[in-house]
Design a protein around this ligand. Structure first.
Ligand code: NI
Length: 172
């Protein structure tokens, strides 16, 4: 028997659950697998290149990214190493229609578990590094707008579309 995947509603920035730290996952069961399946479906439908579980109202340390055709599922992710700097446009599915230039580490190494509980490490650079940092921020209750000096730095995607890559215009 297969469970049909479901597209879930993505919360927006004013919803307070996005500001709470998510809880560690300790049970790697069918409900976690179902959550991952729903998150992937919801992220692709948006469309976006990353999604954290609290963005669909589930306060657990679970996130997914899909960049250059590679899906990365993360449970209890932690940045263990960050180096260099990158400044580029960043958007968020919870702040639809806007982007801003955000400074991030150029490269990160993340330690996490997969949907079966197996620990792994993944290294990212460029957009993947940005998405990993963005999703881990979500899981700690932070949004990229917290990194701006002023909300006046937000730009409508339609006004910045010449400069913003297609993937980032979609949001993470
Ligand atoms: Ni986001």
């Amino acid at each position: 028997m297969r469970n049909a995947m479901a597209i879930r509603r993505i919360l927006t920035a004013e919803e307070l659950i996005l500001r709470e730290r998510t809880k560690k996952v300790s049970t790697f069961d069918a409900s976690l697998h179902r959550l991952f399946d729903d998150m992937l479906e919801t992220m692709r439908d948006a469309p976006g290149v990353g999604l954290a579980a609290n963005q669909i109202g589930v306060p657990l340390q679970v996130a997914v990214t899909e960049i250059d055709g590679t899906v990365t599922e993360l449970v209890n992710p932690q940045i263990v190493k960050g180096s260099g700097e990158q400044l580029d446009w960043e958007g968020c599915l919870s702040i639809p229609g806007y982007v801003a230039e955000v400074g991030r580490h150029a490269k990160v190494t993340v330690k996490a578990r997969d949907r079966r509980g197996k620990e792994f490490r993944v290294k990212g650079e460029e957009l993947f590094a940005r998405a990993l940092q963005h999703e881990i921020d979500h899981l700690n209750g932070h949004l990229y707008i917290d990194l701006l000096d002023s909300l006046e730095e937000l730009v409508r995607v339609s006004d910045a579309s010449d400069e913003v890559g297609e993937e980032m215009a979609a949001g993470i």
